[in-house]
Design a protein around this ligand. Structure first.
Ligand code: PHE
Length: 345
């Protein structure tokens, strides 16, 4: 027989109801509120009790039903995550780490070179990538239509103008700007991106990076140049490194040289990186041609200087034995992540 005590006891039980899984919640719902559930049965019975009992039990019975519905909803919500995605979160677990990016190998090498020359007292100078013919060629002793211009195939931005705009083919243009604007003596290095109209292959690209350097003062000699390059090479490639200079030609330097460093992979024995010669070519250099000094308003009888320039991709290739220049520009994560362990500079 339906009575007040049973309803009160059931209410207590429902409030305490616990379930371990979504399946148990559903079972509890069916047991209490399903078509054949105990609460449903109480309502059936309620229909036929005497009016005074109805008055007494109507309200507690409704409360019981509402409490059961609310508790079932509560349990469902509490177990919702679990039923969708397995066990609940372990709040004591350590958080996820952010994955750090890594420096691009060209940036690492540039920073290393800049740091070395800063130690030697050089300042860093930068200039525009879209330059004019004057700063890239004319002021560097490339007369108009001089065949030496063919050494560097140029991307022109505007033509048909006496001083056309173009993408700089070397950062020597920044050295010209330094000579025009800085007080003597000048010691600058010019890191930057340069552009040449070349077919893209494993060994050449139409975009690459250089660091060029310039030192102009009284009595600067070729011996100073040689010493600066030797000190740089030893800082960069290790204290045992030897250099050798081979005569070369650049319109803006006289005399000019290409510099090789001793192969730090085979130590002169000959390997496939140095192609069996024991030497690796790393830069071009020379004494600044007096015409170049004069073009920027520097008295070439009083002052002399040296300049040098190197390609960063090439140095990075030697450092990490990368065999294809194109890797530097494709930004393939698998390639870039290899440098995550490189020193943070
Ligand atoms: N500007 C030359 C180049 O781009 C490099 C260089 C710089 C050579 C200074 C000599 C002196 O190849």
């Amino acid at each position: 027989m339906i009575n007040k005590e049973d309803i009160a006891r059931m209410l207590g039980e429902i409030r305490e109801l616990q379930c371990k899984s979504a399946k148990e919640v559903e079972e509890a719902r069916v047991r209490l509120l399903g078509r054949k559930g105990v609460i449903t049965a109480l309502f059936e019975e309620f229909r036929s009790v005497a009016p005074e009992v109805k008055r007494e039990l109507g309200r507690p019975l409704n409360e019981l039903k509402q409490a059961a519905q609310a508790r079932i909803e509560e349990l469902k919500a509490g177990l919702g995550e679990e039923s969708a995605a397995g066990p609940r979160e372990d709040l004591t677990m350590p958080g996820d780490n952010f994955e750090l990016g890594s420096r691009h190998p060209v940036s690492i090498v540039r920073q290393e070179i800049v740091d070395i020359f800063r130690k030697f007292g050089y300042d860093v100078a930068e200039g525009p990538e879209v330059e004019d013919d004057y700063h890239v060629f004319e002021a560097l002793n490339f007369p108009p239509n001089h065949p030496a211009r063919d050494m560097q195939d140029t991307f022109f931005v505007s033509t048909g103008h006496p001083n056309p705009l173009l993408l700089r083919t070397h950062t020597s243009s920044v050295q010209v700007r330094a000579m025009e604007s800085m007080k003597l003596p000048i010691r600058v290095i010019c890191p930057g991106r340069v552009f040449r109209n070349e077919a893209i292959s494993a060994r050449a690209h139409c975009i690459f990076h250089q660091v060029e350097g310039l030192y102009v003062d009284e009595n600067v000699t070729f011996a100073d140049l040689k010493q600066a390059i030797l000190l740089f090479a030893r800082e960069m490639f290790g204290p045992e490194t030897q250099i050798r200079m081979r005569p070369s030609y650049f319109p803006f330097t006289e005399p000019s040289a290409e510099v090789d460093v001793s192969c730090n992979i085979c130590h002169g024995k000959g390997c496939n990186i140095c192609k069996g010669t024991g030497w690796l070519e790393i830069l071009g250099c020379g004494m600044v041609d007096p015409n170049v000094l004069e073009a920027s308003g520097i008295d070439s009888r009083k002052y002399s200087g040296f300049a040098f320039g190197m390609g960063l991709e090439r140095i990075a290739m030697l450092k990490w034995r990368v065999n294809d220049l194109r890797h530097y520009f494709e930004n393939d994560m698998r390639f870039l992540q290899e440098f995550a362990a490189a020193p943070e500079v």
